[in-house]
Design a binder for this molecule. Structure first.
Ligand code: FMN
Length: 343
């Protein structure tokens, strides 16, 4: 049995949170992680509020366990990714955990959620941002290290960031995100002071992730050196640093990748996809991730993933991934990290 402040406060069997990956962490993945005793997070971005409500109801039809909803705070080509309506849906649906990422949420959302009995977590990449989130009233912090997949503005590795954030925001519990993909990395994050781990890349290679099979295959095939940090993807939301799997377009723009290049004229399309049931072409430099509904040239697409892709060897059910990672961590903690018996 695991006992950390996160398992105790949120009624979890294991201190394992699945990252709220936009496009990828859809109801099936959320329910699978929660059913395995962790906390599944729905990646709400970029869905509108009505679609969010349907997704939440979809999760409820698959699990009675706790789960949460993750929002990105940003203005994108789809409009503001989080609105008052999204927050009201969470309140109407009695969501217990709401996570915010990238920019700070307005104080009125934090207050509104607290009044409704929800807990607010904020994912940050620096000690300064962790302190700001604490002042906003965050109930827990997810510290995102620079090795993490997807959008990432941390410049500090997890091993330095987590203990620094733990010290800065005590007694607020801190979770660790970035580079965690097996029992060894779980054990090390807990040893650094994290009260739970938040895992993204490992779960792209799960059966339930809403990622295209070719994207999953490339996560399994990638070594840690195949991951790049780049800002080239973002027709819809320009100049945002991300960790992605290196493909042709990433290599072509290496060294000139601190901004999203101007949209080609005439427009170039790299494939087609569907968002919220609406078919659309994928423009070059799109940050939209490939789902089972995507077709096109994977050498041109944004394949968000972190350095821990190097540890991912197979695609399996998410529940099995959670159990294997946590069992391996428990063995390491009870054997290698336990004190030697005294005389
Ligand atoms: C494909 C992908 C999509 C992501 N989308 C989001 C998102 O929508 N919201 C968010 O808070 N974090 C997002 N992240 C970042 C995760 O929350 C988390 O920080 C990261 O996955 C942890 O590092 P890891 O990928 O090494 O496990 C995403 C990560 C990946 C890999």
């Amino acid at each position: 049995m695991w006992h950390t402040r996160i398992t105790e406060q949120y009624g979890l069997e294991v201190p394992f949170v699945s990252a709220g990956m936009g496009f990828i962490a859809m109801p099936e993945l959320v329910a699978a992680v929660s059913n395995a005793g962790g906390l599944g997070l729905l990646g709400a971005a970029p869905a509108p509020a009505t679609a969010l409500q349907q997704m939440i109801q979809g999760i409820r039809s698959m699990t009675s366990k706790p789960f949460g909803v993750d929002f990105v705070i940003a203005d994108t080509a789809f409009g503001p990714s989080t609105t008052d309506e999204h927050i009201e849906v969470c309140i109407a649906e009695k969501i217990k955990v709401v996570v915010f990422f990238w920019n700070n949420p307005p104080a009125r959302w934090v207050d509104r959620l607290h009044l409704a009995g929800a807990k607010v977590w904020v994912q940050v990449g620096s000690v300064e941002r962790a302190r700001e989130s604490m002042s906003l009233g965050a109930d827990a912090i997810i510290a995102q290290g620079s090795e993490a997949g997807g959008h990432n503005h941390s410049t500090v590795a997890l091993s330095s960031l987590v203990p620094a954030v733990v010290d800065a925001v005590a007694p607020i519990p801190v979770m660790a995100a970035g580079g965690i993909a097996d029992g060894r990395t779980v054990a090390s994050a807990l040893a650094l002071g994290a009260e739970a781990v938040c895992v993204g890349t490992r779960l792209i290679a799960s059966q339930e992730a809403y990622a295209h099979e070719e994207y999953k295959r490339r996560v399994v095939a990638a070594g840690s050196n195949d991951i790049a940090r780049t800002s080239i993807f973002g027709v819809e939301w320009p100049d945002q640093p991300m960790r992605v799997i290196r493909n042709r377009v990433v290599s072509e723009w290496a060294g000139r990748d601190d901004k999203t290049p101007p949209a080609p004229d005439p427009p170039q399309f790299i494939g087609r996809t569907s968002i919220g049931g609406q078919e659309m072409p994928m423009p070059k430099f799109s940050a939209v991730l490939p789902t089972p509904e995507t077709s096109g040239d994977f050498e041109e697409m944004c394949l968000a993933a972190g350095e821990s892709a190097g540890l991912v060897k197979d695609i399996k059910p998410a529940g099995e991934i959670v159990r294997e990672m946590m069992d391996e961590a428990a063995k390491i903690i009870s054997s290698k990290l336990a004190p030697m018996p005294g005389p």
